[in-house]
Design a protein around this ligand. Structure first.
Ligand SMILES: *Cc1c(COP(=O)(O)O)cnc(C)c1O
Length: 371
């Protein structure tokens, strides 16, 4: 398949491919990829927050991947949009929550590659106010000039994909060359390849810093990130547990989703032994009351990270993931004194879209001042 990329980029990628030729991740290079992000991202110590929790905490800063406010979707979309380019697409279609980071980064990546983006926004979070529908990611989607479509159902991925397919057929009828990024499981989880490579990046950075991690903690949503990190670590010899924190589904359903994605990824990179079902670790202890909805544990996590480290977390994903990390430390599941890597997956535009729900809680420090 012809891959439309500038010559210089092809040369860079093929020298990278040569370097990886004999590596356990060599097969990743068989998949089309376009570079969109800033990598490697920093791996920072977080000593004050770590001390407050009683662990040695490090943070992998994938909120710093660049591209229109960054986050984990940048690494994932390098593969989805690589596939789109390889097929000669000129329009990308993607679906997600109203405050989806995936659709924002897909629209941004499409623009960088000279494509149009159609994004379908699912009504997943009830009790959402005006800010939720106007600010944060949605504002960026509109700045990028993506065409927005609304989808009334929030929890039917197959129906959301079917609606995208219909839209793609209509666009094809107008002479466009659409590429659909599906959300339901059952297709190769291309985005997970970005996190297979990120796991390798983490192992390389940890070795350079002379540290070994006892556990990795990340948000687990579509599962591309969680499964990618898990399979990537195992493929390059990393044995530490990857503790996924559920942000959307209960532990039983999420565990099955991670297992499916991880098995698929291990097969895609031709390392079937890099996945073992017993290795899937998910917790839904801080999920309630549900996707995109705050709870006290999330508020505490946002506050602790900001006030000890100036580390900003988002209310939907990384706030829940940090709340899950804190719950694991308090329950002893993550032992006191362990060396823990928190994967910061981004999502920060959403803090502005949640200002009306974060504000009343922050009003212990009243603003505006009373006159
Ligand atoms: C999408 C997202 C996640 C979850 O990643 P998945 O790969 O979908 O599991 C975590 N954090 C942020 C900020 C996200 O946007």
């Amino acid at each position: 398949m012809p891959v439309r990329r500038p010559i210089e980029r092809l040369t860079r990628e093929s020298s990278r491919a040569r370097r990886r030729m004999s590596s356990p991740l060599a097969a990743v290079d068989r998949f089309a990829r376009v570079r969109l992000g800033h990598a490697p991202t920093p791996l920072d110590a977080a000593p004050r927050l770590g001390a407050a929790l009683g662990v040695e905490l490090w943070v992998k800063r994938d909120d710093c991947t660049g591209l229109a406010l960054g986050g984990n979707k940048v690494r994932q979309l390098e593969f989805h949009l690589g596939a789109a380019q390889a097929r000669g697409a000129d329009t990308v279609l993607v679906t997600g929550a109203v405050q989806s980071n995936l659709v924002r980064v897909a629209a941004a990546g499409a623009r960088r590659l000279g494509m149009d983006a159609h994004i379908q926004l699912e009504e997943r979070v009830d009790e959402a106010g005006d800010l939720y529908r106007d600010s944060g990611n949605l504002l960026v989607d509109r700045l990028l000039g993506a065409t927005l479509h609304s989808f009334p159902v929030g929890e039917d991925e197959a129906a959301a994909d079917a609606a995208l397919e219909r839209l793609a057929r209509a666009l094809a009828g107008e002479g466009r060359r659409p590429y659909v990024i599906h959300s339901a499981p059952g297709r190769p989880p291309l985005g997970g390849l970005g996190y297979v490579l990120a796991a390798d990046e983490i192992v390389t950075q940890a070795a350079a810093l002379g540290v070994g991690f006892d556990a990795v903690v990340c948000a687990s949503g579509s599962a591309a990130t969680h499964a990618g990190v898990l399979v990537g670590l195992r493929a390059v010899g990393g044995t530490m547990p990857v503790r996924g924190i559920c942000v959307r589904r209960d532990a039983r359903r999420q565990g099955a989703r991670v297992a499916g994605a991880a098995a698929a990824l291990a097969a895609m990179i031709e390392r079937p032994s890099a996945f073992d079902e017993g290795d899937v670790d998910v917790s839904d202890a801080v999920l309630a009351p549900g996707y995109g909805r705050l709870n006290d544990a999330v508020r505490e996590a946002l506050e602790m990270a900001a006030r000890h480290e100036a580390l900003l977390l988002d209310p939907v994903y990384t706030g829940k993931a940090m709340a899950g990390l804190i719950a694991h430390v308090r329950s002893g599941r993550i032992a006191a004194g362990s060396r823990v890597l928190f994967l910061h997956t981004g999502g920060l535009p959403a803090i502005f879209a949640y200002a009306d729900r974060l504000g009343p809680w922050l009003s212990k420090a009243p603003w505006p001042p009373a006159r």
